[in-house]
Write a protein that binds this ligand. Structure first.
Ligand code: TPP
Ligand code: MG
Length: 589
């Protein structure tokens, strides 16, 4: 095959240019829902061996791209059509922004000469999209398409990662001859002065669009250097740890930005010997069980610790805006974001840079200085408390009702799910129970929406996870409320042969909301759902549906679901739940 850089440029249209640049950046999958405005990008990408996964809602495409970005550390790519295609992505885009996930969203747009003139699907997309992205790049010339892709990859991954939007008007994506003809037809053959002026204007417009596009330069790929904290902050933290009697490490999603580093970060944490709590995307970092990892009573531990290292964790609502950490404790914030490191509470030491790399450097130095297991007693104290809580949870797993007890269910799922399972969390109480009971198996094997708390991420996240980790089992842990958003994606799973397993905690309601609403306002209005046959809906899309109504059915049903998925079939397990008091009293604001 002729190298692309030697192909005469008129045969390489704008869609080819976008596709070539994506390919050069190693993009293997584009998530999309089609539209005439972006067709050339999709066909050209497919022609270059990029997998096109077409979904049933644009939000799913962005959720999927977000998941691949988080799991691989490489930006995920979605492409959607102009106007409503883009408006449909806003929640997912915002979710990715707040989760600091590098998503590249390619959006179509009306033809350049017709924008603002009542064209189909035409709106001013900038004010809608730009608050949610690091960069809104509007393309006006064909030759800028390829470089914009490279710029998007750089911006998305630099510093604090986040989404980038590239707006590609449809008339930049087709070949020059077609577009010239299209504008000539639009200009008509009239002879009036107005007609001639219009022709002159459009000719000049087209010339500008295609200026400099005769040569096709091979796409550039710029490497992004991760930010490193200053050496002085490293020294200061080493001293603080030297003086600490009860140090505590909290690791959050941002510390796993460099997904490829996960194993080294895990090794570093193990070497540091500091007891650790893992949250968000950091869950599973130390494997299923590790003596340094605590799961319960974090608030109490934070109140007792005299030195707290927050690695990629902001002092937001999850740490009660910093109040969970005791006043007198030495607070260390390792974070890519200066702002996040100082949010709500000023740390004693701010290590501004990649938190994962910081932990690695810290481990190298502290081992060199021979720290290690100085904190045995403190660790034992925390472990003992963890064990007591585990026993309490076990007691609550005793079935009391007629249907399935959610804690007992997750104990069974914990037993059944394989070592390569990726767990996707989408829902309220059911998911919160899962996060208590389930032990994610490995680094980057747990996906939840993040700080935006978005319901409806499940199908898209699972799609992204399955595409990015074809050899893993992907389990979606769905609330029955949450599953409604992406249920139609079972069609996508079936068409594309994506064997995810969804377990739906069917408590016939939006329980996390109902709990507090009924208690405080004495009305369950709008929180009640039915014991809907979600498994039949999935079966209607061609997937496998399984219903579980009591605990005795659980082990065999889960084993069957797993076997079906291994044979390539997507499965939905509809689990009728009992109401439990387990989540009583937990409310987040
Ligand atoms: C997009 C979106 N809409 C609404 C909410 C508010 N919300 C949070 S939890 C929850 C209930 C979830 O119900 P379900 O998925 O059935 O889980 P359950 O609590 O019943 O286990 C709702 C509606 C939200 N977080 N996101
Ligand atoms: Mg529910």
């Amino acid at each position: 095959m002729q190298p692309e850089s030697t192909i005469p440029s008129p045969t390489l249209h704008g869609g080819d240019r976008v596709a070539t640049a994506l390919k050069a950046h190693g993009v293997r999958t584009i998530f999309t829902l089609c539209g005439g405005h972006i067709s050339p990008i999709l066909t050209a990408s497919k022609a270059r061996g990029i997998r096109i996964v077409d979904v049933r809602d644009e939000a799913t495409a962005v959720f999927a791209a977000d998941a691949t970005a988080r799991l691989s550390g490489v930006p995920g790519v979605a492409a959607v059509t102009a106007g409503p295609g883009i408006t449909n992505t806003i929640t997912a885009l915002k979710n990715a922004q707040l989760a600091q996930s590098p998503v590249i969203l390619i959006g179509g747009a009306a033809p350049t000469a017709l924008q603002g003139r009542g064209a189909l699907q035409d709106i001013d997309q900038r004010p809608l999209v730009s608050p949610h992205v690091k960069l809104f790049r509007k393309i006006l010339r064909v030759r800028d398409l390829g470089p914009a892709v490279d710029e998007a990859f750089t911006v998305a991954s630099t510093g604090v990662p986040g989404p980038v939007f590239i707006e590609c008007p449809v008339d930049l994506l087709y070949d020059e001859a077609t577009i010239r003809q299209w504008y000539a037809d639009a200009a008509g053959k009239g002879t009036s002065i107005a007609d001639r002026l219009l022709r002159f204007y459009l000719n000049r417009h087209v010339a500008k669009m295609f200026s400099g596009s005769k040569q096709f330069a091979a796409p550039e790929v710029h490497a992004v250097t991760p930010p490193r904290a200053a050496e002085s902050s490293l020294r200061a933290v080493l001293t603080a740890l030297d003086n600490a009697e009860r140090p505590l490490l909290v690791i959050g999603s941002q510390a796993l930005t460099l997904a490829g580093e996960a194993a080294s970060i895990a090794a570093a944490v193990a070497r540091l010997g500091i007891p650790v709590y893992l949250s968000g995307m950091a869950r599973g970092l130390l494997g299923r069980d590790h003596p340094l990892q605590m799961r319960h009573q974090r608030r109490q531990a934070l109140r007792e610790a005299d030195c707290v290292v927050l690695a990629g964790v902001p002092c937001d609502f999850r740490l009660d805006y910093g109040r969970h950490v005791r006043r007198s404790a030495k607070l260390i914030a390792a974070n890519r974001s200066e702002k996040e490191a100082r949010m709500n509470r000023r740390p004693d030491i701010a290590a501004i840079g990649d938190a994962g790399l910081f932990l690695e450097s810290l481990a190298v130095e502290s081992v060199a200085e021979g720290s290690g297991t100085r904190w045995t007693q403190w660790i034992e104290q925390l472990r003992a408390r963890d064990a007591i809580r585990e026993t309490e949870i076990d007691q609550q797993a005793t079935p009391t009702g007629t249907y399935v007890n959610p804690i007992a269910f997750f104990r069974a799922l914990e037993h059944e799910a394989g070592d390569n399972a990726v767990l996707v969390a989408d829902g309220g109480d059911f998911v919160a129970t899962a996060s208590y009971v389930m032990h994610p198996r490995a680094p980057l094997s747990w996906l939840d929406p993040g700080v935006f708390g978005t319901l409806g991420v499940g199908a898209g996240f699972a799609l992204g996870a399955a595409v990015c980790r074809p050899d893993s089992e992907v389990w979606i842990i769905f609330g029955d409320g949450a599953c409604g958003y992406g249920l139609a994606e079972f069609d996508t799973f079936v068409r594309h042969g994506i064997p995810v397993i969804a377990v739906v905690g069917n408590d016939a309601g939006w329980t996390q909301i109902a709990r507090e609403q009924v208690k405080m306002l004495h009305d369950d209005v709008a929180t009640v759902l039915a014991r809907t046959a979600y498994h039949e809906v999935a079966a209607g899309f061609g997937a496998e549906g399984i219903l579980i109504q009591n605990m005795a059915e659980v082990p065999a049903a889960l084993a069957r679901a797993r076997a079906l998925a291994m044979a390539g079939k997507p499965v939905l397990v509809n689990v009728w739940l009992d109401k439990t008091e387990f989540r009583e009293g937990s409310i987040s604001m």
